[in-house]
Write a protein that binds this ligand. Structure first.
Ligand SMILES: Nc1ncnc2c1ncn2[C@@H]1O[C@H](COP(=O)(O)OP(=O)(O)O)[C@@H](O)[C@H]1O
Ligand SMILES: C=C(OP(=O)(O)O)C(=O)O
Ligand SMILES: [Ca+2]
Ligand SMILES: [Mn+2]
Length: 734
């Protein structure tokens, strides 16, 4: 067993570093002298492709030839990528036969990849002439790409020699779009209201026979068009969602997050071992900011979203997102709260701004950088810069980090949890790391959805921070998750899914691009969403753990000290499905079930949660949505239908009154009966045929819990000494 220094413990002793070596991925360079141990709940596997073309070929599943569908199919989708590029080239080619290089030159960023072990592809002359018998034109691979850790390494760069100087005009035309300090560039400014008229001319693009989802125009149509025209890998699926590719990164990159440490944040934030906050200085932030801004400046257009965070009107935050991709703009349109035309009119200065230049890498020789990806947070400047990752979740979770700083300063608790409400107004919170069931279980046809991922708990109740949901869609089925299934329609962004090339039907079981396929949709797409997304004080606080070891009970009732113990531990164990050969579960401890996002010490949030739960009489529960009948490999994941029954019993109050029995080692109270769930599975020991194996695994997990909690034993949780002691004693006893 070995800790890999990232809050993860691999049972087979294979840390992430070893895995990287095995896969032939270049080690990252370290320009910072400090080695940080970052606690996180999700690593970002690189995409399963060696080149951009390979990535794009993964997305579309070939099928037996059938009658081509008219409409979008005929317009552009049926073209091969090569043909499409050729057409794009030809469309900007001058009639006098001069070579045009704007399109290709835009990709020249990866010329820098000369220093990254991936050479550029040099094309002499116009690559569009490749097929002609021009003896001067030839391709030369300087080096075959062997790594796929960033978008630039997936990409070949075409270098065109001896172009006429006159053509350079094309390149210079765009740099007046974005000024370094101000935002007076507004090109596609908040593609809201104002854009509708402008669009009418283009409606023939989307109103085709197969897809009758466009009833009235809105900005999303334009974003669709922008994505489809300019972003390779954008397609409309059979239900009208926009399928996109996020590039080389298909998950968050917590190790590449940096936070500016200054006099204020140096004191206020949590730094050092276990903290997600890896420091950078103000100067380096400005270097990266300038890089991002320069990149955005070099483009024909940028997208700007002005939106809100937090449905609590008194604590609403205004955010501006500047991005280069329509995909990013539509994603944030869905995820943040959408202003009304009147609110937009009076928007004024944003409280926080994101500059997303994700297609462009950071310079990894910059101080504090350890890769070509950097997600930089500057609280004093109220800005965030993204370089070297196009995974849209970085923006959403980046803003969540900001809320984890701003809200506690106002005595408001920010929560990495889903939230829903029953007909009688009973509110439940669902905490859990990525993939444990927050979105799935808070989306419940029998209850009002308040939100699936990020909330605030104030003196008056709970509020959702966001305006949309971000559901995992691997193995999504209509039967098991009907509301999420039906939300995947026009306006929804579908990331990294694979679809059948002709019918555009998505194959949710296909992991060719990534296991972390996602759907982002506005919360109103869930029929029983509670708008505005606010509710009274929670009655139940459900801690979700996906225990791939298979030793935690499907449900246990927790006392306050146990709730705090498990909240601070933030345990889950998933199976790294993306790394080949990894068969053992890997335990992850992520404080407050979201260590990657918290800004202050975990005990600060824990103390607030304890205080609020006590004051409002909320009951804590631990629900294992993971394995039963053995660890991963021999057992199987608990049926979603059973977990739903358990959750129903919590909501309706019947489980509170059930009969309980205390387990050994973890000291958990488990019910003897839950309606609709076979009683024998309620104590995991019954489901294991290998009892010795069960005991060993249980002790192993208990040991991991103890080890992890050691860092917290010298901390006080709130002002209550007695509670602190109870919490320390609430872990496994052996
Ligand atoms: N028993 C279960 N409980 C909850 N989710 C389950 C269960 N079994 C399988 N799943 C699947 O696990 C995933 C949970 O993911 P999700 O709800 O998006 O997690 P989160 O929102 O916490 O990141 C979904 O794909 C869901 O279908
Ligand atoms: C968006 C995310 O949230 P979750 O997986 O918790 O739904 C993420 O972790 O990238
Ligand atoms: Ca427009
Ligand atoms: Mn979720």
């Amino acid at each position: 067993m070995a800790a890999n220094g990232n809050g993860e413990v691999a049972m087979n002793g294979n840390g992430a570093t070893a895995a990287r070596k095995q896969k032939g991925i270049l080690p990252s360079i370290t320009t910072s002298d400090k080695h940080h141990e970052v606690c996180h709940d999700m690593s970002a596997p690189t995409v399963k492709a060696q080149t951009i073309d390979e990535l794009h070929s993964l997305q579309k599943k070939k099928s037996a030839p059938n009658t081509p569908i008219k409409g979008i199919q005929g317009t552009f989708a049926a073209l091969s990528e090569e043909e499409r590029q050729k057409q794009q080239l030809q469309s900007i080619r001058k009639t006098d036969g001069l070579m045009v290089y704007v399109f290709l030159w835009n990709n020249s960023a990866s010329l820098a990849s000369l220093t990254r072990g991936t050479g550029p592809k040099v094309v002499k002359g116009d690559p569009a002439n490749k097929s002609q018998t021009n003896p001067k034109v030839h391709q030369h691979h300087v080096a075959a790409p062997t790594i796929s850790a960033s978008d630039s390494s997936l990409k070949f760069t075409h270098v065109l020699y001896n172009l006429s100087p006159a053509d350079k005009i094309f390149l210079l035309a765009n740099d007046d779009l974005l000024t370094n300090d101000g935002l007076n560039f507004i090109s596609s400014f908040d593609l809201g209201v104002a854009t509708k008229i402008f669009l009418l001319a283009n409606d023939d693009l989307l109103t085709n026979d197969g897809l009758n989802f466009i009833s009235s125009f809105d900005l999303r149509v334009e974003l669709y068009e922008q994505a489809i025209h300019y972003e390779k890998g954008s397609f409309i699926t059979s239900t009208g969602a926009l399928a996109t590719l996020s590039g080389a990164k298909t998950g968050r990159a917590p190790r590449d997050k940096r936070v500016v440490k200054d006099d204020v944040t140096g004191k206020e934030l949590w730094w050092g071992k276990g903290s997600p906050n890896i420091e950078m200085d103000e100067h380096t932030f400005l270097v990266n900011r300038e890089r991002a801004v320069d990149y955005l400046n070099s483009l024909d257009k940028v997208f700007v979203n002005d939106q809100f965070l937090n449905w609590d009107p008194e604590n609403r935050i205004k955010v501006r997102i500047v991005s280069a991709r329509a995909y990013h703009s539509l994603f944030m349109h869905n995820m943040c709260i959408r202003p009304t035309p009147e609110e937009l009119e009076e928007f004024g200065t944003p409280d926080f701004t994101i500059y997303n230049a994700g297609q462009f890498p950071c310079n990894r020789y910059t101080h504090y950088m350890t890769s070509s990806t950097s997600i930089d947070l500057n609280l004093a400047r109220r800005e965030m810069v993204i370089l070297g990752t196009q995974y849209a979740g970085e923006m959403k979770k980046g803003l969540f980090s900001v809320m984890h700083y701003l809200m506690p300063k106002r005595q408001i608790l920010s929560l990495h949890s889903g939230c829903n409400m029953g007909k009688d107004g009973d509110v439940a919170l669902f905490f859990g790391l990525s993939g444990t069931g927050k979105t799935t279980l808070s989306t419940d046809p029998n209850r009002y959805l308040i939100g699936d991922d990020e909330h605030c708990w104030t003196e008056t109740g709970v509020s959702n921070i966001e305006g949309g949901c971000y559901a995992k869609c691997i193995d999504l089925s209509r039967e098991k998750e009907p509301d999420i299934w039906n939300a995947i329609k026009f306006g929804t962004v579908l990331e990294n899914v694979v679809f059948e090339e002709h019918t555009r039907e998505v194959d949710y079981a296909d992991k060719s691009v990534t296991e972390n396929t996602r759907a982002s949709y506005p919360i109103e797409y869930i029929p029983n969403a509670k708008i505005p997304c606010v509710g009274p004080h929670p009655k139940n606080v459900i801690l979700l753990a996906c225990d791939a070891f298979g030793v935690l009970p499907p449900v246990s009732k927790l006392n306050l000290a146990q709730t705090m113990y498990h909240f601070i531990s933030g345990y889950t164990a998933l199976v790294a499905g993306t790394e080949e050969g990894v068969k053992e579960p890997r335990a992850t401890f992520s404080a407050c079930f979201g260590a990657a996002f918290i800004m202050m010490h975990p005990t600060k949030y824990a103390a607030m949660l304890a205080e609020k739960m006590q004051k409002h009489g909320a009951t804590g529960w631990l629900v294992n949505t993971g394995w039963s009948g053995g660890s991963y490999g021999s057992g199987s994941r608990i049926k979603l239908a059973y977990t739903r029954k358990i959750i129903d019993a919590i909501h309706c109050g019947s489980l509170l009154k059930a009969e309980y029995r205390k387990t050994e080692v973890f000291g958990l109270e488990i019910p003897t009966e839950v309606e609709g769930v076979p009683s024998e599975i309620l104590d995991p020991v019954n489901t294991w045929s290998n009892k010795l194996g069960y005991n060993d695994t249980l002790m192993k997990l208990a040991g991991l819990f103890k080890n992890n909690f050691e860092t917290f034993t010298d901390h006080k949780i709130g002002k209550d000494n007695e509670l602190t002691e109870e919490i320390l004693a609430a872990g496994p006893n052996f």
